[in-house]
Structures are given as structure tokens and as C-alpha cells.
Write a protein that binds this ligand. Structure first.
Ligand code: FES
Length: 351
């Protein structure tokens, strides 16, 4: 039976970008229904997709294995044993359900066969069309499209290795890879989730699980009441996905959606790609992360200098490591100071 997949899941499955699928849809080459594509249509358009090493998921795991020199790297790259066991258990349930459905369909087919024979015996006129219908049905069932079956198998494999998460109401989506928490995976995907401490203390990342199954992978001090747990609330920084999940969670659209933050960071590194350009890298304390949107301005205060505004040049997914690209401006006190006097570990206030 064909399954309908979101564009992200379909793109990942066949190893192309969402843009490629969107173009095929715009060109009318690939059909969609309510924004989803069927595995049958995918198999038709990407007949070469297989579970051989070229498959994106298997290739990725092979890459991880090759690159994972140390045990710790390997552990981070794959889900932990309990999460993997839970995902396999879910897959097992799915297989059991599918087997039961198949047995039921076989019984229905048997019943149809008998009914056709019965009707054909009773009515001479119907004998020939019924026989043709029966032959057609058996041929269609025997010719299950191989490529579609491979895609289905690949999709099951993807669910174990990288469950898919969809957020409501924003409709953003992402995949949880390796040992990531839901929050880490969302930030890596560039989604501006609501969060604060990212270690289970503040409760800012609390969200409601609408469907699917999650698993706690980090203990947390923030208390979620029993009533809230029963409603599906959980911390995104302490849980990972066991199955594909839908989560009701707020995301920031503009800087006005983020709370005012004040963090004292330390200069971690200074790099000079040219005489006139300085890359200043700051690191926040372990317990404080700066939540910001891509390309957002922040205010920096250094020593007794007047505050200056700069764009954060680093990814919001790296909330503890902030990067700023500064061009030398002769006569500007801040520029003179950072180009000539600032040292590693100097304190910088970031707002
Ligand atoms: S971000 Fe603070 S509890 Fe999750």
C-alpha cells in the first residue's frame, strides 16, 4: 500500500533536495495531495533508488562508521542503545500491524475468489468478465512494484535512524540524528525554538507532543506536573524522538519574539584573515547560551568602551560560540581596542 510522505521525508528518502521535488511538482511531473507525495509516485520518478550502499541513509551510516575514530565520536553519531531499542520496538509493532492487515487482505481476496466462482456458476453471462477481473486482480497483486517496496523499506529504515519531527503551528520540520535531543536537532536545522538553559533547568523549551513517541535522554530539574505530562508536555532539551513526531511548540519569527538576554562571554579566539578584518570568537559560560536568529544584531560591551552593535556571523545552532566579523575602522575606539589590545579570555558583555 502506498504511503504519503511530506516533501522533507520524500527528499531525504530519494537523496535529493526539497527544491528538486518542488520543481518537479511545479512542472507537473510529480503529483501531490495535500502537500504530500506518494511512495508509488516517488518510485516512478526515482526508479534507481535502492537499499544498496548508494542509499542516502545507509551511505550516511557507513560514512559515520568510517569517520568515527574514537568510541565517543561513534556514540554521539548514533542514538544510544535504549533509544535504538525503543525505535526498533516501534518498528516491530508496525511490522506486526502490517502483517495482520496483510492476513486480513488475503482472507478478503480468498472470499472474493470464491464469490466470483459462485457468481460465474450461477450466471453464464458474467462468467467471462468475472474471469477477466479475477485474472487482472491476481496479476496486479503479484506484480507489486519493486521500487515502491524498496522505498517503503528505506522509509522504515529512515524512521529508525533519523525520526522526522514536524512543528505546529509553524509547520517547520527537521530530522533527529544520532544522539541529538529534539532541541539540538531543531537548532541544527536552523529553527528558532523557544529555549533558555538547554539543560533542563528553565522550562523554556517545554512543548506539547501531539503525536508520536519521545524518550527522556537527560535528567532535568525543571518539574513538569503530572497533569501537564498527561497532556503530553515534555522538555525538548531532555528528550529525543523514538518515532516520527508532531510537536506543538512556539518558534521565534523575529527578534521581538526573543526575550532580552545579557550574557558575559569570554574571548576564545581572534583570527585575522586580512590586515583589515578581524574574526572575533566569543564563548559563553556553560550555563548561559545566547538565543538569537540568523543575522541578528547584538550589542557588545568591552572594557569601558561605548557599546557597539554587530551582526552575529555564526549559526544560531551554536548558542555558546558567537562569531563576529569586524572591519578595521581607524579612530573608532572599539575597533582600535579589539585590533590592538584585546586578549584571549577578555570579558565581553553581549546583549
Ligand atoms: S531549555 Fe531550559 S529546560 Fe530546556
Amino acid at each position: 500500500m502506498s504511503e504519503r510522505l511530506s516533501l522533507s521525508r520524500a527528499a531525504r528518502l530519494v537523496g535529493v533536495s526539497r527544491g528538486v521535488l518542488q520543481k518537479q511538482i511545479r512542472d507537473g511531473a510529480l503529483a501531490t495531495f495535500e502537500g504530500k507525495v506518494s511512495t508509488d509516485d516517488l518510485a516512478h520518478h526515482f526508479p534507481s533508488v535502492s537499499l544498496e550502499p548508494a542509499d542516502p541513509e545507509l551511505a550516511r551510516v557507513n560514512q559515520i562508521k568510517e569517520k568515527a575514530f574514537g568510541k565517543r565520536v561513534f556514540e554521539r553519531a548514533l542514538p544510544d542503545k535504549e533509544v535504538l531499542a525503543a525505535r526498533l520496538a516501534e518498528l516491530g509493532k508496525d511490522i506486526t500491524r502490517t502483517r495482520a492487515e496483510l492476513s486480513h487482505y488475503q482472507l478478503v481476496m480468498q472470499w472474493l475468489d470464491d464469490k466470483f466462482d459462485e457468481l460465474a456458476e450461477e450466471n453464464n453471462v458474467l462468467r467471462s468478465p468475472l474471469s477477466a477481473l479475477k485474472t487482472w486482480l491476481h496479476r496486479e497483486l503479484a506484480e507489486a512494484p519493486e521500487a515502491a517496496m524498496v522505498l517503503e523499506a528505506s522509509e522504515s529504515y529512515r524512521q529508525v535512524v533519523a525520526p522526522h519531527v514536524r512543528l505546529t503551528p509553524s509547520d517547520d520540520d527537521f530530522f533527529v540524528e544520532g544522539s541529538e535531543t529534539l532541541l539540538e536537532a531543531a537548532l541544527r536545522a536552523g529553527i528558532a525554538m523557544n529555549y533558555g538553559c538547554s539543560n533542563g533547568n528553565c522550562g523554556c523549551c517545554k512543548a506539547r507532543m501531539v503525536s508520536g513517541q519521545i524518550k527522556k535522554v537527560h535528567p532535568h530539574d525543571f518539574v513538569i506536573s503530572e497533569a501537564e505530562k498527561n497532556m503530553g508536555y515534555a522538555l525538548m532539551c531532555a528528550n529525543t524522538a523514538v518515532t516520527d513526531v508532531v510537536i506543538d511548540a512556539g518558534t521565534a519569527v523575529g527578534p521581538e519574539d526573543l526575550p532580552f538576554q545579557q550574557i558575559t562571554a569570554q574571548v576564545e579566539e581572534m583570527a585575522y584573515p586580512s590586515d583589515d578584518v578581524l574574526i572575533l570568537r566569543l564563548k559563553t559560560p556553560r550555563t548561559s547560551r545566547l538565543r538569537f536568529l540568523a543575522g541578528q544584531h547584538v550589542t557588545l560591551r568591552l572594557a569601558a568602551l561605548p557599546p557597539v552593535n554587530f551582526t552575529v556571523a555564526s549559526c544560531p545552532c551554536e548558542a555558546r560560540r558567537l562569531e563576529f566579523h569586524l572591519r578595521r575602522a581607524v579612530g573608532n575606539p572599539f575597533s582600535d581596542y579589539v585590533f590592538h589590545r584585546v586578549e584571549k579570555d577578555a570579558l565581553v558583555d553581549v546583549e
